[in-house]
Write a protein that binds this ligand. Structure first.
Ligand SMILES: Nc1ncnc2c1ncn2[C@@H]1O[C@H](COP(=O)(O)OP(=O)(O)OP(=O)(O)O)[C@@H](O)[C@H]1O
Ligand SMILES: [Mg+2]
Length: 350
């Protein structure tokens, strides 16, 4: 049985729809990420799941129980969820211990049991030694771990994490990411993880739901999303692919809004009509042959370099060997090695 079922969720604020018919199933013990750009409705979806917002339409089930739907609205504290918000809300005037104990006090858990469970939760996030500290004596990463311990202490059936790592530096983020993965393996908790960082989603998730403007465009394993994006948006957002509108004609793709055309790879030669060309930066090649383009920037990446060419109000990004003596303003030739063409008006490639 699924741990979470969202069905046709709709939510509008002041007449503006922000979640527009969203459906998703999360399995028992599964970690599913909601990934999408700022403002696409990730937090709103999580808040509906938590019971902090009520959907205008649709239903939410947790296990066997309908917790939101027509005529049903189970309050947050009776949904059995743990939640860590985008900005970690740790009470400044309470010690680490008291912060973590709070959900248990709410549930009127006996005192001696509270102490044991708080100690255990602090051990999970490796903060045993910090129980008596006050929040202002902690680093950002430690605060975030306090929030995590507090969300976990009552043994929630589902844990909701809204960008819990967004306020941390890269090294700490890696460390906490690994901690979340380890905790989850140990506790078997079902997890919904919100992020707009595709690397984070790819690294942590069993499956990723890619959101765009209030709907899910694709739900899949990280590998499948990366290798077989269902829409140009998913390809651009998850794989960092170049996405160019235009038209395929006589073995060539003509970009809209620019006097630029690319010869299509052999397997796409037969395509014709308006569409969207999707090509990963690694699948473009600089060399003797190809479309002449003016280089606007070369970024050294260490193992390779990224070359940027302005095309129709955007950049075409090419990743390849770091060539010496190449500079902005120079004309280079760019060839497509591999690409996908999505037909106009269709979300799936043909
Ligand atoms: N209480 C509210 N009243 C009015 N509009 C809101 C409210 N909450 C969110 N919105 C709007 O709904 C849209 C979706 O917001 P949401 O917070 O779900 O986005 P998000 O995907 O979490 O973005 P981010 O990555 O920036 O956190 C945004 O355009 C936002 O401005
Ligand atoms: Mg958000």
């Amino acid at each position: 049985m699924a741990a979470i079922v969202l069905e046709g969720l709709v939510k509008a604020y002041g007449g503006t729809p922000v979640v527009r018919g969203l459906s998703l199933e999360v399995g028992q013990g599964e970690l599913v990420s909601l990934l999408g750009p700022s403002g696409c409705g990730k937090t709103t979806t999580l808040r509906m799941l938590a019971g902090l917002e009520h959907p205008d339409a649709g239903t939410i089930r947790l296990g066997d129980d309908v917790v939101a739907g027509p005529g049903v609205r189970v309050p947050p504290e009776r949904r059995g969820l743990g939640m860590v918000f985008q900005s970690y809300a740790v009470w400044p005037h309470r010690s680490v211990e008291a912060n973590v104990a709070y959900p248990l006090m709410l549930r009127k858990v006996p005192r001696h049991e509270v102490a044991t469970r708080v100690r255990e939760a602090l051990r999970w996030v490796r903060l045993e030694a910090f129980a008596a500290r006050m929040p202002h004596e902690l680093s950002g990463g430690q605060l975030q771990r306090v929030a995590l311990a507090r969300a976990l202490v009552a043994g929630p059936r589902v844990l909701l994490l809204d960008e819990p790592l967004s306020n941390l530096d890269a090294a700490l983020r890696e460390e906490l990411r690994a901690e979340i993965a380890a905790l989850r393996a140990r506790l078997g908790t079902t997890l919904v993880f919100v992020t707009h960082d595709q690397g984070e989603a790819l690294a942590l998730s069993d499956r990723i739901a890619v959101m765009n403007r209030g709907v899910i465009e694709q739900v899949d394993t990280p590998e499948r999303l990366y290798r077989e994006p269902a829409t140009p948006f998913v390809a651009g957002f998850v794989g960092g692919a170049n996405v160019l509108k235009g038209e395929a004609r006589a073995g060539t793709f003509h970009c809209a809004g620019a006097d630029v055309a690319f010869e299509l790879p052999a397997e796409l030669k037969g395509r014709s009509g308006p569409g969207t060309l999707v090509v990963r930066p690694e699948d473009l090649e600089l060399g003797e042959e190809g479309t002449p383009l003016v280089l606007s920037a070369r970024l050294f990446l260490g193992h390779a370099a990224e070359y940027r060419f302005p095309v129709a109000e955007a950049f075409l990004r090419v990743i390849g060997p770091a060539l010496e003596g190449v500079r902005a303003g120079q004309t280079l030739r760019v060839r497509l090695r591999k690409a996908t063409v999505f037909e106009e008006g269709k979300s799936l490639p043909k």
